[in-house]
Design a protein. Sequence first.
Lengths: 286, 236
Amino acid sequence: MLDSLITLDRRWIFLLMGLAVAIPVLTQQTFPEALTATSRNVFTAVEELPEGSLVLLAFDYDPGSAPELQPMATAFTRHCCLKKHKMVFLTLWPTGTPMVDQTIRDVIQGEFADLNLQYGEDYVNLGYRPGNEVAIKALATDMRKLFNTDAQGTSLDDLPLTRDVRNILAAKLALNVSAGYPGAKEWVQYGTTQGTLPLGVGVTGVQAPQMYPYYPDQVLGILAALKGAAEYEAALGDRYERYRDPKLNAAIQRMGPQLFAHLLMVGLIVLGNVVHFAHRRREAAQ
Amino acid sequence: MRSLLRNTLPAVIAGVAGVVMIGAFFVPVAKPLQQLAEVWFTILAAMAFLIGGTNLFLHHAKKVAQLQAGWGFSAVTLTAFVGTVVVGLLKWGVPPAEKYPNVAWSGSYQEEGSVLWWLYEYVMNPVIATMFSLLAFYVASAAYRAFRAKNTEAILLLGTAFIVLLGRTYAGTLLTSWVPDAYGALTFPGMTDSVIMAVFTTAGQRAIMIGIALGIAAISLRIILGLDRSYLGVDE
């Protein structure tokens, strides 16, 4: 028994992990989410803004992080639509443009089609802004110096929402969904510290520890990884009844596979150590 | 002359740009100069895309031409690179914009239904997602084979990993649901957020950030003063 565990073919582990993820995905089992303070602060900031406030939504991620971050982008946009906030979208990642487009298509033009939100009046997509930190700095000081048009090439002066906006500090709140560089950290360092723009961030699990030193002064709240997204979705469900349906909440659905994958990891670590020490004891006895 | 163009001039430009950026932070009247430097940075960043693309093309074209080891991978890279650039530049399959229905190239290059959109949606998207998904399997394998409680540091790491792995799921909430609300910090989610992330992680990250900031300040000063030219490919 011990020998077979020592030389365990890793394909058995792959199979276990595959099952741990696949079974909850197929059964669509969901679990309740308790709201942590870091997530609650972001939700409250969006919820308590006066209706029709200007909100900046910066989506700095690509398809690799989309399973973790897209639910945050969707939830932020959904919440802004529910509160009838004005939205300005942009991304600092060249591969982030389709993420913004998809969110606008799914949420504003799909889920909230009945609101008939008008491009240019209720929301604007600035698209990809190259230049990393310098782009953020320019957006925070005088965005017209570097960026005069939206993603479609329309002059910002021709769009009612951006006509009088000289920089992003005109927004009442910035929400950044970030997978790395440039992202949440750079928005803190070069964007929001230029003025008094409150910033809420949604980040990957890897990036979350880097953001905690900025909380709660420079960053009002953090959605940390998939759990943060699930907490935000749960908060939306608590406040707005139509979002209690698990089918509308991708992150809550994905927490099922995450639960069983984590339990498997804990089990594997324990088993690996038991095998290791049993093997050492046997060798010492011989 | 060659040395002047390759070494001295870039060092002077870097030094002047650095002084301008620092000066404008403290002297508001110098702000226009700072904004000018930022505009130039953005232009140079855009040019870097061209240089990077050209370099990538030449590097892989050379490997394919000389049939070096792994030339097949280079051929795939070249095909993907050239194909993406061509369909993007020519806006293949992009319908005209609603505003200009008679102008062939007026639509956005990433318009839904275009070839570039198709490549992104059905090639890049699943490829990147697959790469990241595979991590779950390799991490599980590594957890079984390599995560050993061999010494005190490893035991601390293991303990932290257990708390975070459980605290980030409903299992942690369930296992410590009997803990009174007044002692919420002793639950798995509480320990993850209030102790590990808010105390130990934050303290460690702050130390790292301050160290990095001091290092950046020192290196920046050396670059501005022309003492460090390693970024130009020069030793001193």
